[in-house]
Design a protein around this ligand. Structure first.
Ligand code: NI
Length: 161
């Protein structure tokens, strides 16, 4: 595994629509492994391939200690429910955070690294994350959807008290 460089806002990779994965081969597996390592080190919740400069429809989401790492290849959101307003950030937009309206629940159809189809439903943070990462695959950043920017370091300061 190897770390990949996270592209930041202004990089043209972040504004392009990504192509579907056609080959579920060793190259894809390496990409997924590298993305997982990169995400863990960056302490993020989700990472999309265009964020590491690869214009393919690949996403990884950290579901926490119990859930492990979710790998989504060619994900398609098939159902959403409800709505939630919450604070969002992005590893490609450092030092910023903003309030974004997202569904409360999101179901995604995707393939695993071996090309097996599966379905996953995320709620709350994970519904937000699925939508955020799928937007990346369309070349869209969350900043376009922000209703209000907030202090990204708010939580950190609270922790110090
Ligand atoms: Ni992002």
């Amino acid at each position: 595994m190897a770390l990949r460089k996270i592209r930041e806002i202004g990089d043209s990779c972040l504004n392009k629509k990504c192509r579907e994965v056609e080959k579920f081969d060793a190259k894809l597996h390496t990409l997924l492994d590298d993305m997982k390592e990169t995400l863990l080190l960056a302490n993020g919740v989700g990472l999309a391939a265009p964020q590491v400069g690869i214009l393919r429809r690949v996403v990884v989401i950290d579901l926490g200690e119990e859930g492990g790492m979710l790998e989504l290849v060619n994900p398609v959101i098939t159902h959403t429910e409800g709505s939630q307003s919450g604070i969002e950030g992005c590893l490609s937009v450092p030092g910023k955070a903003g309030i974004v309206e997202r569904p409360q629940k999101a179901t995604v159809k995707a393939f695993d690294r071996n090309g097996e189809p599966f379905e996953f439903t995320g709620e709350d943070l994970y519904a937000r994350c699925i939508c955020h990462e799928c937007d990346h695959l369309e070349g869209k950043l969350y900043v376009e959807k922000v209703t209000e920017f907030v202090d990204p370091y708010q939580d950190d300061e609270e922790d110090e008290d």
